[in-house]
Design a protein around this ligand. Structure first.
Ligand SMILES: [Zn+2]
Length: 193
């Protein structure tokens, strides 16, 4: 191969392309709609949440659905709470990840109903949160937990239940700041919404 003149090499390559190469990969044309969606979902399952980078948007349940509309891939997302400032970043990250993988026509649609609940947080996501030092939401979708401090949360470091709320809003609006009275370490609590 290496000794062939460049022109001959090019001609061989072109012949090979004409005869045996598969149709060019494009997300909309080269793949069936179904496999294109499956591949897009696998790509999006790697997109990290900008506020809690150990979690993906799939872990959080922000990623709701994927569908083709004509030649456009629509990605349906639901914010963890309305007005979440991270949503623009998430939409940009979704488009960038898909664009990198050949999906050129991508539309990100924000769907507010039904509203996101912490029930959509995956089991794997809850585990990752705790390993990251953020206590995952206690119980399920009790709206009370937004207003009333949650008591008896186990400290992610020493497991003591002797913890108290310091601030209703932690490093981001969807987290509250707690402190452990046993080891005196502060920690974030991912609030139920
Ligand atoms: Zn502690």
């Amino acid at each position: 191969m290496a000794s062939k003149p460049a022109a001959a090499l090019l001609a061989t390559d072109m012949r090979a392309k004409q005869v045996s190469s598969p149709p060019p990969y494009t997300a909309t044309g080269g793949l069936s709609a179904g496999s294109g969606i499956r591949q897009a979902r696998r790509i999006l399952e790697q997109v990290a949440d900008p506020e809690i980078p150990v979690l993906t948007i799939a872990d959080l349940g922000i990623l709701r659905a994927l569908r083709w509309r004509h030649d456009r891939l629509q990605v349906i997302i639901t914010p963890t709470y309305s007005g979440c400032p991270a949503m623009q970043t998430i939409a940009d990250d979704i488009r960038a990840a898909l664009n990198r993988n050949g999906y050129t026509r991508v539309e990100v649609i924000t769907q507010l109903a039904p509203p996101w609940t912490t029930d959509w947080l995956s089991a794997a996501g809850r585990k990752k949160l705790l390993q990251y030092g953020i206590v995952p939401p206690a119980g399920s979708t009790s709206k009370q937990s937004l207003r009333v401090p949650v008591t008896g949360l186990a400290c992610p470091r020493c497991q003591s239940a002797n913890t108290e709320e310091i601030s209703r809003f932690g490093s981001t609006p969807c987290k509250a700041l707690y402190r452990c009275n046993a080891c005196l370490e502060p920690f974030d609590y991912f609030k139920c919404l």
